[in-house]
Design a protein around this ligand. Sequence first.
Ligand SMILES: [Zn+2]
Ligand SMILES: [Zn+2]
Length: 289
Amino acid sequence: MNLIKEPFFQDKTCVLITMHGKEKAILPLFQGFEGLNFIVAPTLNTDILGTFSGEVIRVQNPLETALLKAKLAINHVDADYAIANEGSFGPHPSIYFIPADHEWIVLLELKTGRFWHTQHISTNTNFSSIVPKNWIEVIEFLRSIDFPNHGIIIKLESEINDNNNQIFKDLDSKLEIEEIFNKYENIEGYRLSFETDMRAHRNPTRMQVIAETAEKLKRKLQATCPTCNYPGFDIVEVEKGLPCSICESPTRLIHKVLYACMNCHHQEWSGNPEGLIVSDPGFCEYCNP
Ligand SMILES: [Zn+2]
Ligand SMILES: [Zn+2]
């Protein structure tokens, strides 16, 4: 077996793939991390993989898109690793009526294709849209999304011909927005909608969630395999059934988790990650049906 000497990433180079200033969120966290040197590649056009405003439709899921972004570095950047992020926005997966920001970050080893990834779901997002009936509704929307600290995208969509659609973004003032609204509201056969700009450089709230996701990735990389020292010793399986503290019946809380190493395939079962030995009877089907 290959015992990996620490630090694993010493003197290696990692390129951050971003067109939208994500180095602000990601690089401070990885400053001096395990001897890994970072460079930023703002010139690789990640928009070919899909955009939020819909000019280019995304076909992959966010993890695949993040991986494809990282792979853009192959043959283009002289680096050992590439790091890339992708987010998706919509109803929270378990609290349906609340919007959520679901972010993914991938660290790809360019030579081998091996990668580490983390995902993070946050309800801290201004993600929303509106089809305003009047200017007052626009003003209210701008206030609710914290414009101009956060960007806005305006879409004019034809009911008949998609080729006539127009998208306005990078708008900085209420005046610009008012001009567009006055010009295009109430045009027969068209729908004027306003939505939050979710591109990281126009959305500081999203930037914060990206930073939280990067922090998770960092913690994951810091967890090394007890057998070979490889980074990313992480949970691959969970077993529910933590016993109730009163009746000892299995509950839906996590009882055990399985950690695995993707290098030497060493596996280890461990108890509840929060250190719980028994469950509160509130989670028990018998004590609290
Ligand atoms: Zn019970
Ligand atoms: Zn290992």
